[in-house]
Design a protein around this ligand. Sequence first.
Ligand code: 7RM
Length: 647
Amino acid sequence: MTTIPVPKRVSDGAQNELHSMDAYRERWLSAQADPSGFWLRETLKSITWMTPPNQGLEGGFRTVQQTGFTWFADGELNVTESCLDRHARERPEKTAILWEGDHPSEVEHISYKSLLLRVCQAANTLISLGVQKGDRVIIYMGMVPQAAVAMLACARIGAIHSVVFGGFSAEALRDRIRDCGAEVVITQDMGLRATRQIPLKAVVDQALMGESGVHHVLVVKRTGEAVQMDPERDHWWHEAVHDQPTHCPATPCAAEDPLFILYTSGSTGRPKGLLHTCGGYLTYAAYTHRNVFDLRDDDVFACMADIGWITGHSYIVYGPLANGATTLMFESTPMCPDPSRYWDMVERHRITILYTAPTAIRTLAAQGDHFVHAHDTSSLRVLGSVGEPINPEAWLWYRDVVGQGRCTIVDTWWQTETGGICISPIAPATPTKAGSATLPMPGILAKLVDQDGHEILGPGQGYLCLSQPWPGQARTVWGDHDRYVATYFSTYPGLYFTGDGCRRDAEGYHWITGRVDDVLNVSGHRMGTAEFESAILTHDAVAECAVVGFPHAIKGQGVYAFVVPQAGATVDAGLAAELTTALRSHIGAHARVDHFQATAGLPKTRSGKVMRRILRKIVCGEADGIGDTSTLADPSIVDALLKGCQT
Ligand code: 7RM
């Protein structure tokens, strides 16, 4: 257990109101006692409203099935006025987006003034294509500035964006386009990542084959590679925006109007389209960004996530821009052209806050310290981690080698569903411990419960639930409110169930132990075992299969697939290659199985349910923990599986 001394505050321009543990405790108690009042004061202070709200929270988790819950429901705003107009007025030349392309020589500084202008032109383009308030727009892009411009352009006119990570396959993209009923897709000719080209436009074409719902595709020219353009449907972005007026009035939206849909994997079925709303989401993204990272006026904030995930939404785009910060957008990877890329960028751009995933930290730590030492990283002040549990070794390397012992480490726990950070240290006030996400944010009431839903008080380990609504929380699953209620609110009535396990120590610190459901987390990418299984089952040679995660030194989790072949088929390298291809085409290149194991059968209960608990124990090398197998239909299967296990 490591604690570091609380550094003194050194510079002005701080926007963080939670500068001491006393301030934190006072705010936390105040938000607990009166969430409505707390968040109303917060939003009125930090967000630009057209009609300021009088209402805070209405409803709660017990009403979620019938009436849901709302934040600031009588208020009206357009989020882009908070993210753009006010800063374009007050600090027009300040860099809003600092973009670094795949090649380190490609750097672009986009000021608030020019970002507003570009967003207005893009918004007018969308209007010219017939997009109206409430319409859905799919954004299938890499990390180019136009991706952020596209998101904000949708927000400008009250359209609902749904960003689909550029690694998803045509089939996964088609599912999402269909599910949300999008009529417009925004993409690029090619994506560029670690010198590799990703055929984004071609994937869109494939996704739209035989589909009639999408009327327009806007194509950003990134590489200039030749792509097919359908003259009826496809438009070059640069041509379409060029002659558009540089002013576009911001459409008034109700606080509870949708801002975006983001698909995320759960333990069963297809990914869910979580819906985030304008007023609450923006308030929470801005609040957490300002406070967790101890934001200062002159910060250069670098979140290394992809905008296809929630981390990119909240901490590359909405949070930083609402706070008038300079936010870095990075097209490449930490290993390109070599493992010093991050540190080279820190030096060149004087990055002050770096926010990345444990998998990147572990990968870079494995390359040796000299890559860090070769660069001047003295600008760094706060180092954030997100996406998966961070092991103490990686945490200490981050603090001691990257941060040279000077920086605060913030291990931030949150989810697509939560909209923003929920459990995290507040830099630099919260004393940290290596590997702990520490304490809940003001407004977040974290509870641990046991199997039966009984609350565990004091130290202990259990299922992590949150018991009080907060503004950044997703309001529903697009088109399926029952699924939202069933997934999050029916396991433990009156509580939001996160799907994570958690230990609380004697000082009330939280240690997230990982998912307790069938959700995989590979390199911070969230994927469902059910999605893997249905992709594998599309192959004729597969009779049955079950997929589980196992501990992996770099990726956090690896993926293990047990495959029961059809009579006459064998699970060999050839089949493994075909299954890998199937996964790539049904989900995407990031959905990879590390080990395929042939088995004559799966451990099932007598009622036919696959006992994943047992499979997890097998691949985790915990044969002793398997326990009683007498309830299995065929207990001998377990011995056979243990013999064949490759981890
Ligand atoms: C932000 C994000 C959510 C899941 C979540 C956890 C895991 C995220 C941490 C973490 C331990 C952390 N959204 N997770 N952050 N586990 N410590 N600091 O990742 O929807 O894609 O994933 O990620 O299991 O439930 S997400």
